[in-house]
Design a protein around this ligand. Structure first.
Ligand code: ADP
Ligand code: SF4
Ligand code: MG
Length: 340
């Protein structure tokens, strides 16, 4: 069982007329893979294109403004006899993929659930849309899945989303994502809107699901500490490109790319030289649309190591010596990292 993304490029245009100069590659020549029973994280700051990537895997990227230009998204599940390339499917064939083979937990549970429909009915509807089962059987399954998310399914079946806490709504979203037994799950910042305790419960739940169902998970987050707690491998993402990838622990212990180094320095709990009351390091500047443009390293405007050598497109290259005990090898996109 595997999901493999090869050379995926997604274009985003600021206006519908696609005037030259108004378009960027919000995903730029991406290579990414996840195997069964594996969690991979995509870590990067807001506006990097992480949600776009998640949505593009299901071909749910906003139409009109964005377009998948090239690439392959190959998926092989136990329930399928052959590998499928999602990008080659006809629109009507996508219904057999979404929810059934790949599910997504969307970034905001408050807007993803229908506010005027009971939560149990929303889960039942998802089952009935894909499976030929009776209404009673779908309802029983919905209750069972709510129970497995530590929500009293019987008592809460008739609740509306507004009657639940943020953590419960997120768990309803996870129940809905898992109810068709997909082989891959894309979780888009599922803990961002939650307090620390609830966030830990949701992370624990996702780990349990992965262990029980042996599914592959793509976990999107802006938080390296969250990535560390849940994932085997990490892709560090910036302005539509992978800057560094490899075993999560190895990346955190020995970051190679200046962006990863800066990210780690700005987290107090991970920074070895953190002194209480000392001003916390922040990466200068902001991520802007210009950073997505070609002809220079995308991290150039904020990088502490930049010089004229970086004023060209930088390729992602394999860094063999850096990965100790990792299973994915280390790739780094920087001209200043030795050993590439
Ligand atoms: N529906 C949309 N229409 C146009 N631009 C969008 C849309 N959604 C997001 N964007 C832009 O695409 C870029 C990537 O966004 P997104 O994938 O949401 O980033 P992330 O999830 O990493 O925060 C951002 O610059 C954002 O402003
Ligand atoms: S290529 Fe240059 S600008 Fe880009 S991360 Fe490396 S040192 Fe910084
Ligand atoms: Mg997002």
């Amino acid at each position: 069982m595997s999901l493999e993304i090869n050379n995926l490029t997604v274009e985003l245009c600021a206006d519908k007329h696609k005037h030259k100069g108004n378009c960027i590659n919000v995903a730029d020549s991406l290579f990414l893979s996840v195997n069964e029973g594996e969690v991979v994280s995509i870590v990067g700051e807001s506006g990097s294109g992480k949600s776009f990537l998640g949505l593009s895997i299901l071909r749910l990227n906003p139409q009109g403004v964005s377009k998948i230009i090239s690439g392959e998204i190959k998926i092989k599940c136990k329930s399928q006899d052959k590998e499928i390339d999602i990008l080659r499917l006809k629109p009507e064939e996508l219904i057999g993929i979404r929810g059934r083979l790949i599910s997504m937990i969307f970034q905001d549970p408050n807007t993803s659930l229908n506010p005027v429909m009971k939560i149990g009915e929303q889960i039942t509807e998802a089952i009935l849309a894909h499976k030929k089962v009776s209404k009673k059987s779908a309802k029983d399954t919905a209750i069972q899945y709510l129970n497995s998310m530590n929500i009293d399914g019987f008592a809460r079946f008739g609740s509306y989303p507004y009657e639940l806490s943020g953590g419960m709504r997120q768990r309803v979203m996870i129940a809905m994502a898992m109810v068709l037994n997909p082989c891959f799950l894309i979780a888009d910042e599922p803990t961002t809107a939650l307090d620390v305790t609830t966030s830990l419960q949701v992370l624990k739940l996702i780990k349990e699901i992965k262990e029980k169902s042996n599914i592959g998970v793509i976990f999107i987050t802006h938080d390296l500490t969250v990535a560390r707690s849940i994932s085997d491998r990490t892709y560090v993402f910036y302005a539509g490109q992978i800057m560094e990838s490899g075993n999560t622990e190895n990346i955190i212990n020995e970051p190679a790319h200046p962006y990863t180094v800066s990210l780690i320095k700005s987290i107090p709990s991970l920074s070895a030289d953190y002194v209480p009351k000392q001003k916390l390091f922040t990466i200068p500047g902001f991520l802007t649309k210009d950073d997505f443009k070609k002809g220079k390293c995308r991290f150039y405007s904020r990088c502490f190591k930049r010089d004229d050598e970086c004023l060209k497109d930088i390729a992602l290259r394999n860094f063999k010596d850096l990965e100790k005990g990792g299973n994915g090898g280390r790739d780094v996109r920087c001209v200043k990292v030795n050993g590439l």
